[in-house]
Design a protein around this ligand. Sequence first.
Ligand SMILES: O=c1[nH]c(=O)c2nn[nH]c2[nH]1
Length: 293
Amino acid sequence: PQLSYAKYGKDNVRLYKVDKNEKTGVHTVIEQTVCTLLEGDIDTAYTEADNGPVVATDTQKQTIYIKAKQHAIDPPEQFAAILGDHFVKTYPHIHAAHVKIIQHRWTRMAIDGKPHPHSFFRDGEEIRVVESVTRENQGVEIKSKFEKLLVLKSTGSAFYGFHRDEFTRLPETWDRILSTEVEASWKWKTFKDVAEVKKVDFNGAWQRARDITMKIFAEDNSASVQATMYKMGEQILADVPLVEEVDYVLPNKHYFEIDLSWYKGLKNTGKDATVFAPQSDPNGLIYCTVARK
Ligand SMILES: O=c1[nH]c(=O)c2nn[nH]c2[nH]1
């Protein structure tokens, strides 16, 4: 046998950074969870118990904290590129660096209608994610994502006209609840270096992708999850020229009607349905990648 592939590093490196504006007294906080994984001439560490080539995972962790102190960590795409660039340039035997950054939500509190200078709350489990790979002399590939954005609409969703055969039981519906937990990602063109990365408005793209997702989710008279998610991908490609392709992964989180007619003929189905049973499982799961022609 032979070592066919290897990468290693430190996962779940939690990081918090505060920016304190001396003039305004306004603090801005960011919290991230970082993973770095290195590739290179490290085979003998596996095959011959030779630790010489090993840039210890602890060293990678210390590096993350030092770079976070020395550089901006916002946008996370830029910080990922800075970290990847460091590992590939600092160690001649390291030829690629994978960096994953999860950014958690600290939303500024509004107190008595005014944004509070240094207080924040976690408004949902939604996360922003960056996955990058920096390869020596080949630039940096970046995929941006948001995950766990839980949405629901109480109407404006239908599902009919689908294939029917002897296995089909699902009735057609022209008016249903639609709920999903959005995982959206957009793959950028390959960037030459950190300098090129620094010119890109990643925060604007994240805001656009999130706004487009919610606007189309809300306004589309959805014929299916498939049809609606395709429109989202199309719009992101139209709005963000440097993005090459867009992925959506949408679970269909079903809400079942409850027939209460056994109880004195109580009407709660079809257009009379107001009480539903949210289903934890099973769930539909719909994938879609939209790419430029
Ligand atoms: O939007 C939907 N797409 C599907 O493929 C499906 N299958 N059952 N319900 C569904 N709803």
